[in-house]
Structure formats: structure tokens, C-alpha cells
Design a protein around this ligand. Structure first.
Ligand code: ZN
Length: 174
């Protein structure tokens, strides 16, 4: 992550990171939803579609706020949702068809935590109050996603045999 001294640049840099991260997350959730659909796992599919929608909504909201700014172009490793070093990343290519709902939720949880930590770190190191505020806001949203996924995980057992279909996440007042 690179932060510069000029407030406008720092804000644009923040938006570039946040938009890229949210878009990436939305895409990953769509993939997870497709996999759960292939497994006829209705509950997990619905949860991931809902989360994909949340992240995509965030991305376009950020995009709107950043309108008129010149955003720096980032390399994928500057915002990647899934850490290339992490074992979880394998789940997206090699073990696709073996993925259970529990596994999918664990991948999601890991990545929501990373997203939260990313924004927390960003907020901590930000020199400009506006960037600090924006990053803190994002970190709080990610913490909320983390809670949804954790709650779903609490309801799915090891074998996926008793996946709870009643996973409708609460409506957020946004
Ligand atoms: Zn999230």
C-alpha cells in the first residue's frame, strides 16, 4: 500500500484500493455462490449471492463518491482478496468441485477478516483525517460481513448434512 502526502492523492489512493477490493470480493462471492449452486446448497448459495450484492453495492457507491477523481491504477497484488500465499487460494482453482459449504464459508471468513484488517491498517497509518474516516468506515462494514459469515458457520455442521436453509441475513438499513 502506498500513501502519498497530498490529501487529494491520498484520498484517490484510498478509493482505488477500496473499489478494487470490493469488486474482487463481489467476484469471489459470485464464484462461491455458483459452486454452492452446483452443490444444490440453496442456503449457502443465497448467502453468497447476498454478500456478492453487498460488496458490489459498496463498489458502486465508492465509485460514485470517487467520481471526478483520477484514481491510480493498482496491480492485483495491491488489493487481492485472497492472499496468494494462503492455502485458501487453492480452493478457487484446484478443489472447486470438492468444496463444501463449510469450506466455502471458511474461505469467506478468512477473506472478510483480511479485508477488515486491511482497512484497519489503512486507517491506522493514514495521515489524513478524511482517509482515516473512510478506512474506518470500511473496516466496520467488513466486520459486519465477518459476523454474518461467522453466524452462518455456526449453523453448518462438519458434513454439510444439516445445512440450515433459514440463513436469510438481516436487512441492513443503508
Ligand atoms: Zn466484505
Amino acid at each position: 500500500m502506498t500513501q502519498t502526502d497530498a490529501p487529494a492523492d491520498a484520498i484517490a489512493m484510498f478509493y482505488a484500493h477500496a473499489i478494487a477490493l470490493e469488486n474482487e470480493a463481489a467476484e469471489r462471492y459470485r464464484e462461491l455462490a455458483d459452486q454452492m449452486e452446483a452443490h444444490h446448497n440453496e442456503g449457502a448459495k443465497r448467502l453468497f449471492r447476498w454478500l456478492a450484492g453487498l460488496e458490489a453495492e459498496h463498489a458502486s457507491e465508492l465509485q460514485r463518491k470517487a467520481e471526478g477523481m483520477t484514481l491510480p491504477r493498482l496491480k492485483p497484488w495491491e488489493y487481492r482478496w485472497v492472499d496468494e500465499e494462503a492455502p485458501e487460494s487453492a480452493s478457487f482453482d484446484t478443489v472447486h468441485y470438492l468444496m463444501t459449504a463449510r469450506h466455502a464459508l471458511e474461505v469467506a471468513l478468512t477473506n472478510e477478516r483480511r479485508a477488515r484488517e486491511f482497512f484497519e491498517r489503512y486507517a491506522e497509518s493514514a495521515e489524513h483525517p478524511e482517509v482515516k474516516r473512510l478506512a474506518t468506515e470500511m473496516a466496520m462494514d467488513e466486520a459486519e460481513h465477518e459476523r454474518y459469515v461467522r453466524r452462518a458457520l455456526d449453523r453448518v455442521d462438519e458434513t454439510d448434512a444439516h445445512w440450515d436453509l433459514d440463513l436469510d441475513p438481516p436487512q441492513t438499513a443503508e
